[in-house]
Design a protein around this ligand. Structure first.
Ligand SMILES: Nc1ncnc2c1ncn2[C@@H]1O[C@H](COP(=O)(O)OP(=O)(O)O)[C@@H](O)[C@H]1O
Ligand SMILES: [Mg+2]
Length: 271
């Protein structure tokens, strides 16, 4: 069975797409694992980051993750050795709003069909509470939750985990492990330091008060700093590490941060 990693948060701009992209590169290129990355956001940022045009995937003979709601097989696109990708576009929101029996389980059902081809599957989630997010929670065994380290990003964190616990309750499926990744951290800002301390010290205690997450392992990883090179790499539509090797060799330590996260997650495959 493949390790299925859902990268989720109901807020946009916190680094879900960036982290999914960098982890996919680590797993496929650095660790040589058969990896599938899925764009599960109708806004299709990951598809654009892959240098693909979301509009090119509207015809029924094209791969598009929205086809899961039509119970169709989807042929992933090979991007680099070991890395396959399934794009998205606005059809995903339209399809997910239709009355389909069991629609919250369509991603899980689809992954069961293809997961034997992969060691790792990464799902880049959309930023809202919806059937799409429920699909990601039910299809994943590990949840990676990037949260920004500004006070505004921190607000709503409890509400977010309450929803995860509600999904666990209703569907009787407990996430095995949740990793929180504090993102866009600026250690010079007092606000950021305070929020980081809340994540490290208070959030794990709060999670323990949620009935259905008692059995879930919960870990807060080291923060990802706010760095221009991360934004520049995505603006150039390049994998972060390739961008660093091409233009910013002095920033190699930023690449190492994602290497460390990938190593951490891969320990779960070995289990
Ligand atoms: N650690 C970081 N430092 C600087 N910019 C970042 C960082 N993480 C993400 N970004 C930038 O912030 C924007 C939003 O990130 P993205 O990964 O698309 O968030 P999400 O998928 O959660 O909406 C992108 O332009 C991205 O390059
Ligand atoms: Mg995104």
């Amino acid at each position: 069975m493949a390790l299925r990693i859902g990268v989720i948060n109901q807020k946009g701009g916190v680094g879900k797409t960036t982290i999914s992209n960098a982890l996919a590169y680590e797993f496929a290129n650095q660790l040589g694992l058969k990896t599938l990355l899925i764009d599960f956001d109708p806004q299709a940022s990951q598809t654009i980051l892959m240098n693909l045009n979301p509009d090119d995937f509207s015809d029924s003979n094209q791969p598009n993750i929205s086809r899961i709601f039509e119970k169709e097989m989807i042929e992933p696109i090979n991007i680099i050795p070991n890395l396959d990708f399934i794009p998205s576009n606005t059809q995903l929101s339209r399809q997910s709003e239709k009355a389909v029996v069991g629609k919250d389980k369509m991603l899980e059902k689809f992954l069961k069909k293809i997961e034997s081809n992969y060691n790792v599957i990464i799902i880049d989630s959309n930023p809202s509470f919806s059937s799409l997010m429920t699909n990601v929670v039910l299809a994943s065994n590990i949840l990676v939750v990037p949260i920004g380290t500004s006070a505004l990003d921190e607000a709503g964190t409890h509400g977010f985990f309450q929803i995860i616990e509600e999904i666990a309750d209703v569907y009787e499926k407990i996430p095995e492990k949740i990793f929180v990744i504090p993102t866009k951290f600026d250690k010079r800002r007092r606000d950021d330091r305070e929020v980081l301390s809340i994540f490290k010290n208070e959030l794990p205690l709060y999670i323990k008060t949620l009935d259905n997450l008692q059995e879930t392992e919960f870990e807060v990883l080291n923060p990802i700093p706010e760095r221009a090179v991360i934004k520049d790499a995505s603006a150039s539509r390049m994998f972060l590490k390739e961008y660093i090797e091409t233009y910013e060799k002095a920033q190699r330590e930023v690449g190492l941060i994602f290497e460390e996260i990938a190593q951490k997650l891969i320990q779960e495959v070995a289990k």
